[in-house]
Design a protein around this ligand. Sequence first.
Ligand SMILES: NC(=O)c1ccc[n+]([C@@H]2O[C@H](COP(=O)([O-])OP(=O)(O)OC[C@H]3O[C@@H](n4cnc5c(N)ncnc54)[C@H](OP(=O)(O)O)[C@@H]3O)[C@@H](O)[C@H]2O)c1
Length: 245
Amino acid sequence: MDNKKIAITGGTTGIGFACAEYLLKAGYNIIITGRTKVNLDSAVSKLGKNAFGILSDTSSLSDIDQLVSKIKNEFGKIDGLFVNAGIFKAMNFEGTTEDLFDETMNINFKGAFFTVQKFIPILKNPSSVVLNTSIVIFKAFADTSVYTASKAALESIAKVLNIELADKGIRVNVVSPGITQSPIQKKSGMNDEAIDNLLKHFSTTSPIGRIVQPTDIAPIVEFLLSDKSQVLRNEKIIVDGGTTM
Ligand SMILES: NC(=O)c1ccc[n+]([C@@H]2O[C@H](COP(=O)([O-])OP(=O)(O)OC[C@H]3O[C@@H](n4cnc5c(N)ncnc54)[C@H](OP(=O)(O)O)[C@@H]3O)[C@@H](O)[C@H]2O)c1
């Protein structure tokens, strides 16, 4: 039987990359995307055989069209999609500019929304879509207002898509990671001391006594993409070591 094929948006670093590694080891073929060529090339070469990279900015609808057409030409229909590409830039509510609002919503929500829409023709019946949101939906964190809104918006569409796409055999579930150590913290604009404090706080207050790693998220995503979860719809799995209990 052919290997199952999964596309991961933003699979070059952090959670997306860990999921790509895990899925490859489990026997899947993987297509990862990213918008930075050097990161994409490095990720594909680390992942090795059965991993394919396509440069694609998720905030650009024409990039998503090209991504879908490349996947269709190269692989035909695929078995699953992990909608993972996302950004976080720390900013308080009063300091949030229109540019930051648009950038965050365009990548985390609009891009994710149209990614799922444009992938429909290349998703098999049955297939699985997993949306990456965040625990910020359940617990308030300062300096995350627009990020929180983008993730809450993304989570909100899962139930609607499960109704509308059911007859195409497409099911949609959600993974909500807790604070996970990844390059996102450095890119957020936080300084090294603030990042250290954040990671230390979540290591010491978490019931698991350490910070969540991208490799902790990967098996949960594989479960949601696989037939093991075939009757789940609009399920939200919080992967945070218990910090939001
Ligand atoms: N780390 C956490 O604490 C945490 C917690 C909850 C949820 N999440 C979510 O998990 C997802 C992955 O985050 P991460 O922590 O793994 O961070 P990360 O290491 O920064 O990974 C982000 C990935 O998304 C890609 N990306 C960003 N903007 C893109 C765009 N416009 N088009 C295409 N790809 C884009 C990045 O590629 P480039 O290198 O090319 O930019 C990278 O591959 C995000 O949606 C994030 O919100 C993270």
